[in-house]
Design a protein around this ligand. Structure first.
Ligand code: IPD
Length: 291
């Protein structure tokens, strides 16, 4: 099948930006989904319906997987197959949206042969649109090519890194303590590596934006060195995966502290666990973050 990825990309960017305007309206209706921290608002549902309609008009032969359509149980099979499939999160960061924290976005991904090949992520409060298509590079607001940070990844990373992670929506004891242990061991590993080198190095910071899609965008820009989450769905990551990959970064399904696990580069979708590492950019300012 011949697909014009640039055309699909341009269409996705336009739809994401138009949908972003609707996100700026406030929603009064908040409902619970799987549990009391898994939220959906009437704006999530409205925006997904708008995006779904636009896609059906332009590409009636393509499949559609949307977070709210899936949650509503109207989708019989959610596994992404080989056929062209749109994978949409109308609001990634719904908890942020409800709590008026501006890190929210519309995330529109497109897959072919089981891989993410187009991504458009629009963050309306930030006025930023991150986008990419396979072979076309990754961009912010169509004009600035990613990555735009020029500091290289430290040779002894994770020392000196900004590590981002998300906490997902599973509040049972076991998954949570597991997650805290992973973050802990990552930070300890950084401290230990720094100590061994006599540098006293540690991670520079730990961040959690509340939006997996935006985390991936900031891995692509180079702001975040490493991102990890163990509870994502396809719609959370589909667009962000290709944006990181086209920026020159890596997305795998490994746990950062487990050296026994072999990373699988160029990962397909369908995992719940993802690790992304930002593009390693070598410049003359190589030592600027060593202090
Ligand atoms: C959630 C966010 C959050 C992540 C969850 C996602 P939603 O998506 O990306 O950061 O921890 O795993 O489900 O519900 O806001 O679209």
């Amino acid at each position: 099948m011949e697909l014009d990825l640039k055309e699909i990309h341009d269409f996705a960017v336009g739809v994401a930006e138009a949908a972003g305007k609707v996100l700026l309206t406030r929603s009064s209706l908040v409902k619970n989904k799987a549990n009391s921290v898994d939220l959906v608002t009437e704006v999530d549902e409205k925006v997904e319906a708008i995006i779904k309609k636009e896609i059906a008009l332009r590409y009636p032969e393509h499949n559609f997987l949307g977070e709210e359509t899936y949650s509503a149980g109207s989708l019989r099979v959610y596994a992404i197959g080989d056929e062209p499939t749109w994978c949409v999160d109308p609001i990634d960061g719904t908890v942020n949206y409800v709590h008026l924290f501006p890190m929210i976005c519309v995330s529109i991904g497109f897959t072919y042969q089981g891989k993410s090949v187009v991504g458009a992520i629009h963050a309306p409060y930030l006025n930023q649109t991150f986008s990419a298509y396979q072979g076309g590079g990754a961009w912010v607001n169509r004009t600035t090519r990613l990555p735009y940070q020029n500091h290289p990844l430290a040779a002894d990373a994770p020392r000196g890194c900004v590590f981002a992670c998300e906490w997902g929506k599973d509040r049972r004891d076991e998954p949570n303590s597991n997650l805290s242990r992973k973050v802990d061991s990552f930070v300890n590993m950084a401290t230990e590596i720094g100590g061994r080198n006599g540098m006293g190095g540690m991670v520079h910071g730990i961040r959690s934006l509340g939006s997996a899609a935006l985390d991936l965008c900031y891995v692509a820009t180079g702001a975040f060195d490493i991102w990890w989450e163990g509870g994502c769905w396809e719609w959370d990551v589909c667009a962000g995966v290709i944006i990181v990959q086209e920026a020159g970064g890596l997305v795998t399904t490994a746990n950062p502290p487990d050296s026994t696990e072999s990373p699988v580069p160029d990962v397909g979708l369908g995992s719940r666990l993802y690790l992304a590492i930002r593009p390693a950019v070598a410049t003359e300012s190589e030592s600027s973050r060593d202090a």
